[in-house]
Design a protein around this ligand. Structure first.
Ligand code: FAD
Length: 390
């Protein structure tokens, strides 16, 4: 019996070297969930043990069930049927089913939505293991950001409707951004959305190169404000799979054939607005695609330095934010999602402007390959710098 976690000392070392107890305490909100869910950890040691078990399970599934099928999955690939539906390779179906049953399709999603409520560190380790076993599957497994984005920004009702089904693998999703004339330059997106006379958003346009575009939950970047021709006019809308979305082509790729890359046409597709209008690219897509922001509930940039992250989380529950949150309960669900965007990285006044810039957008590898990485603000306190000094 192989295990892609246990036989990979790199991942094991990183997990052992990272001090996850602080993160665990913050995510578990001082372990209050243990009273509500019998599987929730009771203390930091218990939480870290859970994290390792989750990665271990991922390593087991990949080594023994999925990797042996990876070659076949890649050879079989996906088939576009005449009715526009896509048939996946058997290995892909099995993987989604297994990961759905184990909860590993919702690693960072909170308990009440069916997830494991674990830090992005666990998801990153699982991503590593999955990509080793089947690179095509990694493209689907890595789409957990769809559930994360809905969890972060959507109204409670939408969250409860979609996130649990994504976590169980019943549904899969896609991040639908790229167009024939808008790839790197997403500000040029032309797919449009308008409110019809019944107050329902309708999406029209063509999208291209969409991983798993045949999935059930599509987060679409569309222009809701025709008066703006740049990123300010774009919003994020959720479109469910249906006759209004047609996959008209699957890309021919050199590899990762298990992952369907779709060209899609939207015709009067009914949609739900995720979060606020005009924030599609500026806030939501940047968060989803930014490599530094995959940590659920931690604000962008706080992912790299664990001390920054801890303090940002503390800020989230600071008296000021608590006051705002209680006001939001009285207000609409929409205003509550607006408040959730507020916590931002605000370095202390003592930090120089250049340091602020350098800590703002650090690539993800720093958080995974440099355990205990600390930003310039916290570096002075690092045990590594003390060792170097001596
Ligand atoms: C396998 C696969 C899966 C994908 N999955 C998804 C998905 O799920 N959802 C989705 O929305 N998109 C997806 N994409 C699309 C992907 O995000 C785009 O391909 C990417 O954004 C680049 O856009 P483009 O292909 O139009 O290239 P272009 O934007 O035309 O870029 C071409 C080249 O020009 C360079 N370039 C572009 N702008 C500049 C600049 N200002 N300065 C210097 N160089 C520049 C680029 O680096 C690149 O080398 C996928 C693509 C692939 C290949």
């Amino acid at each position: 019996m192989g295990n892609f976690y246990r036989d990979n000392k790199d991942i094991e070392n990183v997990i052992d070297l990272l001090d996850l107890s602080e993160v665990a305490t913050l995510l578990e909100e001082d372990f209050k969930f243990a009273k509500e869910y019998d599987f929730a950890p009771k203390d930091a040691a218990d939480a870290i043990d859970n994290y390792k078990r989750a990665i271990d399970l991922c390593g087991d599934i990949m080594a023994n069930r999925i990797a042996p099928l990876a070659e076949e999955t890649d050879l079989v690939g996906n088939t576009l049927n005449e009715d526009g539906s896509v048939t996946r390779a058997p290995g892909m179906k099995l993987a989604i089913e297994l990961f759905g049953k184990t909860g590993l399709m919702g690693v960072t999603i909170p308990y009440y939505l069916g997830g494991l409520n674990m830090p992005c560190t666990v998801l990153t380790a699982c991503n590593d293991i999955v990509s080793r076993g089947d690179a095509g599957l990694m493209n689907l497994f890595g789409l957990q950001g769809i559930a994360e984005t809905i969890n972060w920004f959507a109204d409670e009702e939408i969250k409860k409707e979609y996130v649990p089904r994504l976590v169980t693998g019943e549904w899969t999703g896609a991040m639908v951004l790229t167009e024939p004339d808008a790839g790197s330059d997403l500000q040029s997106v032309k797919t449009s959305a308008y409110l019809d006379k019944d107050g329902v958003w309708r999406v029209n346009g063509v999208k291209r190169f969409i991983t798993n575009g045949c999935g059930e939950v599509l987060l679409v970047l569309a222009r809701t404000e025709p008066e703006f021709s740049d990123g300010r006019g774009l919003s994020c809308l959720l479109v469910e799979k249906g006759p209004w979305v047609k996959v008209r082509r699957l890309e021919n790729k050199l590899g990762i054939h298990g992952s369907p890359t779709c060209e899609m046409v939207f015709t009067e597709a009914p949609a739900k607005l995720i979060g606020l209008r005009k924030r599609g690219l500026i806030t939501y897509v940047r968060r989803e695609s930014s490599s530094v922001s995959r940590s659920t509930r931690s604000p962008p940039c706080a992912n790299s330095c664990r001390l920054c992250r801890s303090s940002s989380r503390r800020r989230v529950s600071s008296p000021t934010t608590r006051r705002r949150t209680s006001t939001s309960k009285r207000g609409s669900a929409r205003s509550s999602s607006r408040l959730r965007e507020r916590p931002r990285h605000r370095p202390s006044a003592r930090v120089s402007r250049s340091t602020r810039r350098s800590t703002r957008c650090l690539p993800r590898w720093r958080s995974t390959t440099a355990p205990n990485f600390r930003c310039a603000t916290h570096r002075a306190r690092s045990p590594f710098s003390a060792a170097r000094a001596s």
